[in-house]
Design a protein around this ligand. Structure first.
Ligand code: ADP
Ligand code: ZN
Length: 428
């Protein structure tokens, strides 16, 4: 069962559709001041096959910033009905504008994504992400309505009210940030609420990097199936790539996005199945098309076909952003490597934070780790044992020895939006 017929298009037909749409996208883009400059000597005639996209220069976040706010619009401002800005996790946010057609096609993509996880119009869907400028609010809201599910615009935070809504309206599906999902599960436990007694069955989790281990924790603690949801404001927001019921990578909706994975240093495509930077092109956006956008998100294509029958390729869980990389004592470290180690240690609780600081001339890394309450009451020797084990597991993985600080459950501050995993206290 599929939401849209294009989900199972044979590959060659899908590629023909991509070429046709890419040509149209170039024609459209050439109406914007930025692309008139940027796409010198390129026209729709330059494209005869998907591979011809390599003739086109990349678009970077800096390009978007330099042409902020209106430099990429292809139509008069009065044709636009909505805007969003990115969360600004890695710097100045970027602004994206949508025509009504753009909003309709975005809603349909989100509806398709939700459907792929098993959500139907009979579900009651609670959107627990922030509304407002963040695309996860209105993006899922209209997607869910498009699907026909009863949609509760709960917004972020206020855990007690979230629980009440879930109980009162027998909510079956939620959208929630992974870091908040763990905090939320903890609150349920604290209140003595058995998740098995709730009607929840599906959680859509995304918008920030998280490991397979974290997904498993969420699934166990909430007695729910959790599906990975990937998107970014520059590509509309959520609904770019999504897991289906097989939970084996996220189908990237290739009728609407042309995906490439490149080596971020050489900008050449990586070999099949290798990890690299995801580059995306909008194929159906009219008001603000973006071509060969360097997402800075690191992933790989998953080879082979998915048992669900969808022909759209899958990407792996995002390993991190290329600019998330920490360099300590000359070693490259990604926060997700640390999360993966921590979440495999049974005494570790649900939250952690990484601090970088100077010690003399050297950079040091401190990992603050919440420990389950049951272990925090143990005597010193037990805690020291846990600390030693965490330290050695981490240094095996990241190749430097971090300072490990054990923290009481719930003592690391919880933010309402995306979790801040790395705090850099180093002198700049
Ligand atoms: P910002 O880039 O400022 O955080 P957005 O709100 O547009 O702004 O967030 C998009 C980014 O969030 C993506 O580029 C990616 O880095 C991250 N992201 C989104 N979904 C996921 C996911 N499922 N897994 C990992 N990271 C994700
Ligand atoms: Zn599938």
């Amino acid at each position: 069962m599929f939401f849209h017929t294009t989900e199972t298009l044979p590959r060659h037909e899908l590629e023909l559709l991509q070429v046709e749409r890419l040509k149209k996208t170039i024609e459209k883009a050439l109406h914007s001041p930025f692309y008139q400059e940027h796409l010198k000597n390129i026209s729709s005639e330059s494209i005869n096959c998907v591979d011809d996209i390599k003739k086109i220069p990349f678009t970077t976040k800096d390009n978007l910033r330099a042409n902020y706010p209106y430099g990429l619009l292809t139509q008069a401002k009065e044709d636009f009905v909505r805007m969003h800005v990115s969360s600004g996790t890695t710097g100045t946010p970027t602004a994206i504008f949508y025509t009504q057609n753009d909003l309709d096609s975005w809603s349909s993509l989100v509806a398709r994504s939700m459907y792929a996880t098993g959500i139907r119009k009979t579900d009651v869907f609670q959107n627990m992400s922030g509304y407002g400028l963040f695309t996860g609010g209105l993006g899922f809201h209209y997607g869910s309505e498009h699907l026909g599910a009863l949609t509760i615009p709960a917004g972020a935070g206020n855990t007690a009210r979230q629980i009440k809504l879930i109980k009162d309206f027998s909510v079956t599906a939620i959208h929630i940030l992974p870091s908040y999902a763990l905090h939320f599960a903890q609150s349920l436990m604290k209140d003595g609420i058995d998740p098995k007694k709730l009607s929840l069955r599906i959680a859509l989790v995304g918008a920030e990097p998280h490991t397979e281990e974290t997904r498993k924790h969420i699934e166990e603690l909430l007695d729910i199936k959790a599906f990975n949801s990937y998107g970014l404001t520059e590509m509309n927001g959520p609904g770019v790539a999504f897991e289906c019921i097989h939970q084996s990578g996220m189908h990237i909706w290739e009728d609407c996005y042309l995906a490439e994975i490149i080596d971020p240093d050489t900008c050449e495509p990586v070999a099949d199945g290798e990890i690299g930077e995801l580059v995306l092109t909008t194929l159906t956006r009219e008001g603000m098309p973006i071509i060969r956008y360097r997402t800075r998100d690191l992933t790989r294509f998953i080879e082979g076909t998915c048992p669900c029958g969808r022909t759209h390729r899958r990407i792996d869980r995002i390993a991190g952003r290329s600019d998330d990389m920490i360099i300590v004592k000359g070693v490259n470290i990604y926060p997700m490597q640390i999360e993966q180690v921590l979440m495999n240690i049974p005494e570790v609780g649900l939250n952690y934070q990484i601090e970088l600081f100077n010690e003399g001339l050297l950079d040091q890394i401190r990992v603050k780790v919440e420990i389950k309450s049951a272990y925090f009451v143990e005597d010193m020797r037990v805690l020291q044992g846990i600390q030693k084990r965490i330290t050695s597991a981490l240094s095996n993985e990241i190749l430097v020895t971090p300072r490990v600080e054990l923290m009481q459950n719930g003592s690391i501050p919880q933010t309402e939006g995306k979790a801040q995993r790395v705090i850099d206290l180093r002198n700049k």
